[in-house]
Design a protein around this ligand. Structure first.
Ligand code: GLA
Length: 391
């Protein structure tokens, strides 16, 4: 889920610092798509449940211009390799290695869906930290989807573009992710969290004014990504689907909390905790939305911490670094904290009093130092805008 920039192919760039230096002509426009943190609702999207992400200010940016010769050319300031040159006609799942698979997959998905599009020259740049569980890959897909939509006048909605970006990741890159990250990157709005129902992909913008409540949301990037992650995600998803099938349900979302105890008694012991996490996590999203609607964001703190315990003990996707960050943040006065994203490393969010933010960040850093871990990187997240045209 983390595009690793790879130097795969073709021409040596001229002066890659500008689009014109790279491709010898001006760009037709520039677009941006953000990374995200999820406030609550983890591993619920592929169970057709609820999620509540916000976009972060960090974005992937694309400058682009159309081509009429069937070529897609890509260059990334993070990869700093040669320009990758691909023929649209040759795009096929599994055929493109490295980070280029994400943008190429979007172009493939657009063509597969029957949209009449040509090639493009694209220059990419990003300040979304990679490998930090902040969805740099979804941001990369969504910025390319948005640029193509504009350049070729497709008129697709944010939801339609997010679904195409998810198809690119599922079918072209080969990662069985849900819809949360792409919907967050496409559809989040400033000052709001996106309350998304993954079953019918409908959403509501829920205002989140942390500053007015004297609060801040810290993002603590643990800077670890355990290898286990990618295979484990697919296995967990398969486990949930098996449990739903055994219970005769279309998805775990359909299990009423009142039926949880009965369901647990019917399931093999390894599946019960997965089901318990999904059912309780959906309820946590609804409870968090109710507090936000009531204008009381501090009240979601204990919900975040309870969500982390469920991911740690039932879903088992936390790791010593994320557990320590949560524990240290809460001990230092955070209203609540949890890992965010798929797990096995990545980032922890902590809801803190704005005045105490530095103290909490310093306490987590000190705890990491004492444990012999790398120092976490700290960002402050404010709910930012989704994908958009910049110029
Ligand atoms: C990753 C996936 C999402 C979602 C989260 C866990 O970020 O891309 O679809 O499943 O993990 O909530």
């Amino acid at each position: 889920m983390n595009p690793v920039p790879a130097a795969d192919t073709q021409d040596t760039p001229g002066t890659p610092d500008t689009f014109a230096g790279l491709y010898g002509r001006p760009a037709e426009g520039e677009w941006a798509a953000p990374g995200r943190v999820n406030l609550i609702g983890e591993h619920t999207d592929y169970n057709l449940g609820y999620v509540l992400p916000i976009a972060i200010p960090q974005t992937v940016r694309a400058q682009a211009a159309r081509r009429d010769d069937g070529l897609l050319r890509l260059w990334s300031a993070q990869g700093r390799g040669p320009v990758t040159e691909l023929r649209l006609a040759d795009l096929a799942p599994g055929a493109v290695p490295g980070w280029s698979a994400y943008p190429a997959g979007v172009v493939w998905a657009l063509r597969e869906a029957g949209h009449r599009i040509g090639g493009a020259d694209i220059r990419l740049d990003s300040d979304v930290p990679g490998g930090a569980g902040l969805s740099s890959s979804a941001a990369l897909e969504c910025v390319v989807a948005t640029a193509y939509d504009d350049l070729y006048g497709l008129g697709l909605s944010g939801t339609e573009l997010a679904l195409l970006a998810q198809r690119a990741e599922n079918a072209f890159v080969g990662v069985p992710c849900g819809i949360m990250d792409q919907m967050a990157s496409m559809c989040c709005r400033p000052g709001a969290a996106l309350f998304l129902d993954s079953r019918d992909v409908t959403m509501r913008q829920v205002p989140v004014d942390l500053a007015a409540a004297g609060l801040a949301l810290l993002v603590l990037d643990t800077r670890v990504k355990h290898d286990l992650g990618d295979g484990a995600y697919a296995a967990l998803r398969a486990g949930c689907e098996r449990a739903a099938a055994l219970l005769g349900l279309p998805a775990l979302r359909s299990l009423d909390p009142a039926g949880l105890a009965g369901a647990l008694s019917e399931l093999p012991p390894e599946l019960g905790p997965l089901v318990r996490h999904v059912v309780t996590e959906n309820a946590r999203v609804e409870a968090a939305v109710a507090h936000l609607d009531a204008g009381d964001p501090a009240a979601i703190g204990p919900i975040l911490t309870a969500g982390h315990a469920s991911l740690r003990d039932d879903y088992r996707v936390s790791c010593p670094e994320t557990d320590l960050a949560v524990e240290a943040a809460v001990a230092a006065g955070a209203h609540g904290a949890r890992m965010t994203g798929g797990g096995f490393g990545g980032s922890v969010i902590a809801l803190v009093d704005a005045a105490g933010a530095e103290h909490v960040a310093a306490a987590v850093t000190a705890a990491f130092r004492a444990a012999g871990y790398r120092e976490p990187r700290t960002l402050t997240a404010v709910p930012a805008d989704g994908a958009r045209r910049l110029a």
